[in-house]
Design a protein around this ligand. Sequence first.
Ligand code: FMN
Length: 299
Amino acid sequence: MNCGVKLGNISLKSPLLPASGTFASGKEYSEFVDLNSLGAVVTKGVSAQPWSGNPMPRIAETASGMLNAIGLQNAGVEHFIQEDLPFLKQMKAKIIVNICGKTIEDYLQVVERLSSESVDFLEINISCPNIKEGGIAFGQNAQNIFEITSLIKKKAKQPIMIKLSPNVTDIKEMAKAAQEGGADAISLINTLTGTKIDIHQRKFVLANQTGGLSGPAIKPIALNMVYQAAQAVSIPLIGMGGIQSGEDAIEFLMAGATAVAVGTSLFRYPGIFQEILLAIQDYMRRYKVKNIKDIIGIL
Ligand SMILES: Cc1cc2nc3c(=O)[nH]c(=O)nc-3n(C[C@H](O)[C@H](O)[C@H](O)COP(=O)(O)O)c2cc1C
C-alpha cells in the first residue's frame, strides 16, 4: 500500500501535514508526534521582523470550532533560521515554511533570506492585511494575488505554495490567479472571519473584536472550496479546514487535494496524525486501493 504523494518535484511519504500556526515550529510538538512520520512539517508564519501579535484575549471557543486572533506572533526570520531550522533539518519530514508580511517587500525579504537555506517549500499566507492598501488582505483580490505570486515566484529559490483565504466571493478566480502568477501549489483554506460577544460584559470576547474561525465547523465550506479550486487549476492542492478523522481526510483527497493538513483538531489530540493515517490505510485495504493517488480527485 502506497501513501506517498508528490507536490511538484517534492515527494512526501505521507499526505498528512500539520496546518500552519497550529504546530509552532514543530520542535514543541516533537514529544507528542513522530515528526519523521509526517509528509512535511509546516511552520507557523514567519515574518521579516519579529511580530508581537494581538492583545489578549485572542482565543475563543465556538460550537465545533474556535476563533483565534493571535495576530501571527513570531520571532522573525533570523530567529527561525538560528533556533528552529537546525532542529527541523535533522528530521526526515520535508520542511514547509509559512511566510507572512504587511507589505510585499516584507514577504520578499523573508523569501530572499530563506533562499540559501534547506527548506523544501514556501507557503505564502496572503490573508495578512496589506498596510499600503488600507489593511485589505492581499488574498481578497485576484489581481493582487497574481501580482504578489509573480513577484515572489521571481525571487524564490524554492517552489511556492499560495495559501488562499476563504473570505472571498469566488475561490476559483483566486486559485486561477495564483496559478497564472506561477504558484507551484495552492493550499486552502485559511480561517473564516467571525466574532463572539460576551452578553454579560456587553463586549466582544476577543480584544481584536474579530478572529479566524477554524475547526470542524468550517469543514463543509473548506471541502467545497477545495473541490471548486480543483476544477479551476491543474497545480497540486493541499486541503485543510476542520479535518479530524480519516474519513474527513479522504473526503478532501477525493475532492482534489494531493495532501491534507490538520490544525485545530491537533489541540484536542496531538496523536491525531497516527489515528488518521491508520484510518486511511484501513480504508485503502477495505476498498483495495493500492496507491493513494488512485483516490485523489476522483470526484
Ligand atoms: C491558532 C491558529 C494559528 C494559525 N496561524 C496561521 C499562520 O501562522 N499562518 C497561516 O497561513 N495559517 C494559520 N492558521 C490557519 C490554519 O493553518 C488553517 O488554515 C485553519 O485553521 C483551518 O484548518 P483547521 O480547521 O484544521 O484548523 C492558524 C490557525 C489557528 C487555529
